[in-house]
Design a protein around this ligand. Structure first.
Ligand code: SF4
Ligand code: F3S
Ligand code: FES
Length: 247
């Protein structure tokens, strides 16, 4: 809807390309959609797939900004399509897949593989000698303020927007990005994790880690969960510099 209440016709320009199909050639395709009140890009894309082109590829699971699967470039900015209202966009909307990640087809990318590789490299699990292997065992109580601090950093939904927005990630394929650095920051404040700064330095104390960050801040500008990425990266950089001096 326009500000005057008239229904707008949206022109949605979408990159079409399927790298698995040897006959596929990258091209932009335009679809017209009548805008409805409260329409999100998820609704618009679903309408296109149901009424105009069933072959259109895009990813959605939760439609509520929780699963992180619907990240895409929306008029040049990475964002979650399910949380983007068409009323906040002009009539011409250009959608591209997130860069850096492996393209599956059209707007669908494989963030899962990238996130798994990063998680394995950074060992993003609690390293504690007294972790009870019994999954049904009750966890030891934790100070509520500390639990809140960990929870704040755990709100990451691994959508990949911070990677798509980061110039370093575009240049360095192994850069762990704000999502990876945020995970290390999370383990630094977890009392159950016994890794010290020197062992974390082994993981992120190089140009694929915290010293690759050029403080471009695209990550902080685009994170849909408003995670304190700039503060966490600055904090980690100071800590890792201290750890480097002690090596
Ligand atoms: Fe997405 Fe933010 Fe997590 Fe990056 S840090 S993957 S932008 S939720
Ligand atoms: Fe990239 Fe964010 Fe650093 S955009 S360069 S990780 S501040
Ligand atoms: Fe889950 Fe958008 S569909 S975050």
């Amino acid at each position: 809807m326009s500000e005057t209440g008239a229904t707008r016709t949206l022109r949605i320009h979408i990159l079409r390309y399927n790298p698995q199909d040897t006959t596929s050639k990258a091209r932009m395709q335009t679809f017209e959609v009548a805008e409805a009140a409260g329409m999100t890009l998820f609704v618009a894309l679903t309408e296109i797939r149901e009424t105009q082109d069933p072959s259109l590829n895009f990813d959605f699971v939760c439609r509520a900004g929780i699963c992180g699967s619907c990240g895409m470039m929306i008029n040049g900015r990475p964002a979650l399509a399910c949380r983007t209202l068409t009323k906040d966009l002009p009539e011409d909307i250009t959608l591209l897949p997130l860069p850096v990640f492996e393209l599956i087809a059209d707007l669908s990318v494989n963030t899962g593989r990238w996130m798994r590789d990063m998680a394995e490299r950074l060992e993003t699990w609690v390293h504690g000698s007294d972790m009870d292997p019994d999954v049904d065992a009750l966890e030891a109580p934790m100070d509520p303020d500390r639990a809140e601090e960990i929870y704040e950093l755990e709100r990451c939904i691994e959508c990949g927007c911070c990677i798509a927005a980061c110039g370093t990630a575009h240049m360095r394929p192994d850069f762990v990005g704000a999502v990876g650095l945020n995970k290390i920051a999370r383990f630094r404040v977890d009392p159950r994790d016994e890794r010290d700064d020197r062992s974390l330095y082994e993981l992120i104390g190089d140009e694929d880690g915290v010293f690759g960050c050029m403080t471009l801040l695209g990550c902080a500008d685009t994170c849909p969960k408003d995670l304190p990425l700039a503060e966490q990266i600055a904090f980690l950089r100071r800590k890792m510099l201290s750890a480097a001096r002690s090596v």
